[in-house]
Design a protein around this ligand. Structure first.
Ligand code: GDP
Length: 181
């Protein structure tokens, strides 16, 4: 889409979540429509940018991936400082990663207030399988819903591998951004 000349709002968006839940993969899918099985640490730019359009306006996301720094908790505030939006990512086949996501949501609200737009993102939905009646889904859906209601979160289940719902997450976050009038 050619967004030259239309009103553009720049939004800092940060990705948080346990290591290996797929944060970098989500960014790669969104920006380049690509996926890799290998784990190459994100190096280089501090953030990547991508524009989406909304009505007759554009939103330019400055996307900050923590590049593995989430393992060094003291550095996290440097990444989320002044963020207007966050994707808090977990792996829907990994319960521990959901607990960690809960912690991130609380920390963001505590440090940045209630105005930050947070989308909770359950990644790797391509790995969900059923053995008869039994699913390998590691997180109870009611619990997810409760958290989303309590903390006022958007919620999406996505797959960076297949691309399912990736664009939708960013679009939904974009829809919630208040444009100055
Ligand atoms: P990060 O540490 O949170 O940035 O996670 P990465 O993006 O590096 O991904 C960790 C691993 O999970 C890599 O091997 C990815 O290929 C894999 N991965 C990421 N997203 C998905 C997904 O949606 N489905 C599957 N099956 N694997 C994924």
């Amino acid at each position: 889409t050619n967004t030259a000349g239309i009103p553009t709002l720049t939004i800092k968006l940060v990705l948080l979540g346990e290591s290996a839940v797929g944060k970098s993969s989500i960014v790669l899918r969104f920006i380049s429509n690509d996926f890799t099985e290998s784990r190459e640490p994100t190096i280089g730019a501090a953030f990547l940018t991508k524009r989406i359009t909304r009505d007759d306006k554009a939103i330019k996301f400055e996307i900050w991936d923590t590049a593995g720094q989430e393992r060094f908790a003291p550095l996290a505030p440097m990444y989320y400082r002044n963020a207007q939006a966050a994707l808090v990512v977990f792996d829907i086949t990994n319960e521990q990663s959901f607990r960690k996501a809960q912690d991130w949501v609380e920390e963001l609200h505590e440090k940045l207030g209630d105005n930050i737009i947070i989308a909770l993102v359950g990644n790797k939905m391509d790995l969900l399988t059923m053995q008869g009646e039994i699913s390998n889904r590691a997180v109870n859906e009611d619990e997810i819903q409760n958290l989303c209601q309590q903390e006022n979160l958007l919620y999406f289940e996505v797959s960076a591998k297949t691309g399912k719902n990736i664009h939708e997450v960013f679009q939904a976050v974009g829809e919630k951004i208040p444009f100055p009038t």
